[in-house]
Design a protein around this ligand. Structure first.
Ligand code: FE2
Ligand code: FE2
Length: 188
């Protein structure tokens, strides 16, 4: 499994790959949970860049990526769109000027889901037991996804989570934690 360079350099989620589940105990700290999920997303982008360099994807890696894309990305978008972003909009000050940024991030999610469907179609293709060869359209698709995720994650870590740490109250975080536990099947 290809390990993300940035995550491997240290900090939350260090060394974590997209295939590693996040410990459910971290749902008690919802902002940290989201940050660690971002490290997993970086690792999938690093994996994509590796696939592009080598020109093919091994079956096992393709299956791991498809499992991650099908299950985890959608849950992450819901953590943000149903919990983090609305909580933040209730607490932000006008000077934070966050409404347009959050709307753009939600639009990014929609675009990313469209790309993910196309990526799954490439990686879930069954044409024998060998590795999946990537043609130029598939390489462009993986590169476009990695590039747009890179910008998205930079905005979420650098702006959204930074403001959330300052503005969200303990009560907001407790409420987020409860609904995220339900969503991730971790109980209350
Ligand atoms: Fe995110
Ligand atoms: Fe996001």
């Amino acid at each position: 499994m290809i390990i993300d360079d940035a995550a491997a350099a240290g900090g939350e989620g260090a060394g974590r790959t997209f295939a590693d589940p996040i410990p459910t105990a971290l749902l008690d700290a919802p902002l940290e949970y989201i940050l660690v999920d971002h490290a997993r997303q970086r690792s999938v982008c690093a994996a994509f860049r590796g696939f592009i360099r080598q020109g093919y994807v091994d079956r096992a890696e393709a299956d791991a990526v498809v499992t991650y894309l099908r299950r985890d990305v959608d849950l992450h978008h819901r953590d943000e769109e149903e919990d983090l972003f609305p909580s933040l909009l209730r607490r932000v000050l006008l000077e934070d000027d966050l409404g347009a940024t959050l709307a753009r991030l939600v639009a990014d999610h929609r675009q990313s889901r469209t790309m993910i469907e196309a990526i799954i179609a490439v990686l879930a293709r069954r044409a024998g037991p060998g590795p999946i060869r990537l043609g130029s359209a598939a390489r462009k698709l993986l590169l476009a996804y990695a590039a747009s995720e890179h910008h998205h994650l930079a905005a979420e870590n650098g702006i959204v989570l930074a403001i959330a740490r300052v503005r969200l109250t303990r009560g907001d975080l407790t409420a987020m934690s409860a609904t995220m536990k339900d969503r991730h099947g971790a109980g209350a």
